[in-house]
Design a protein around this ligand. Sequence first.
Ligand SMILES: [Zn+2]
Length: 536
Amino acid sequence: MGDALIPAEVDVHKRKLNDRNSAVALKTGLGAGASKGAWMASPIIDIHTHIFSALDIPLEGYLLSRRSERQLPALFDLMISIFPMPQLFGYVAKRARERCVTRQLDPDTKRGRFYTLMLWFYGVVADQKFLDWEDSLSSCSEMNAKLLAETWRDVDLFVPLMIDYEYWFANSMDNRLGNQIDTVFKKVVLPYMGKIHPFVPFDPARELAYRKARISPDGQLEGDRPMTLVKEAIEEKGFIGVKLYNSLGYRPLGNADPAVSLKRRRIAVRNNKLTYLFDGEEYDEVLCELYDYCVDNEVPITAHCVMNGIEAYPGASFDFGKAEFWEDVLKQERYKNLRLNLAHFGWNQAPYQGFSGEDSWAQEVCDLIVKYDNVYADVSHHRVLTAKGRRSFVDGYRQMKEYYPDDIDTIKKRILYGSDGHVLRRIRGYRKFLEKYERVLTEAKLFSEDELENFRGGNALEFLGLLPGAESYERLRSFYRANGTTPPAWFGVLDHRIASTKEVSPANRENTTGYGASQAVEESWRKTRASGPGSH
Ligand SMILES: [Zn+2]
């Protein structure tokens, strides 16, 4: 059904992309594909990154809500339990926020000695690079964007997911959401034209607070309607999707269930948010409005879908964020084509869990993928940076092949590369994430060389709707045109491939290459080809 959205000539092209011979041609610039004049590897797309700073989120609540990812020996566990964590995180949050301000004046502002020592010590205990991560948290979004681009130079397109936690956690005064979106538009999207296109966050609680004119946690009335912020970001500011975070306290749908409402009440009491306790029906209504907009305009959604990460209370992911809850949305005729990425694959990485553990949702994710044409899963933050972690994932993917013999090809087309940088920066060896992940997929004998091409970016092009004819593609094309820029090489090359692999009618040619930049696109493409094998 996803295919029905794409014109026939693109379909021909997609088959070519998956064809082994043409994949060789893609790489070498020789062979059957090349003789037709225009082949190139898929772009590398990191579908899941972040650029938020300590001033964009309620940092203290965020830090406190994270559970340790390390399986600690009992002695360490005991040591950690005697740390006064709330005070500790409160202190870190305060210092990181402070440094984030001062670094905007002087990027080289140093940390104090005690602060450095504390981060270092806690990092050693938790086996994470907290000093590096603090560096990201105390960097503003444009500094973080620069870091992404410099760290992973091969990536053609980064998709930073903006997040909005304000209505669920103990608050700290932070940048207003409308300002955050605007800053990212002006200081990240425009300067990096075509290299960074973010997802805009949507929190139904914020939308309800706006509708009911509640004073926000920062003590103001919501000036902008969140749904309008979403639409403006998508239609005018180069944002290409929406980010949802269910484990904060709302299900994709079905929020009116009394048991679910009771759990939300628990959050309100626990996190001191009774002002923002809304009815389940209201949540569903607001969410449906979002899904309607996304379906009508082919806007993709990425939803956090794993049991570790941010939770309104320990275990809230299991009450609000399970993959199976999305069935409530997708089973409706109206929403069956919703473009949905279940971030982190619902994969439980605790011991004895993995792909098929009782508390892992990876199989549920696969079931949804098989059943619905536009459901995807990204692999961000999977622990493949250690040999032990990789072994566990190799086993998991082998199981997947066993469990889904008839549908494994479908599943492979829906797995998306995503890193979770800058959050991944806490983990040793994070720069090599893509390389290590590919090693896992190859060792599991799951992906061939040309299928890896799709994992790196081809699948993401489908999810994002960035193949010619899809609405996101048209929106981005208009966006580049409105801002007077040439589309990035990867965007134009797709245009070119369509035009050159099949005789298209003049009308179609108009449709795919027909605007002022096509000449420049053609030139950049020629340069790419002239630089010969291995340039990609
Ligand atoms: Zn993330």
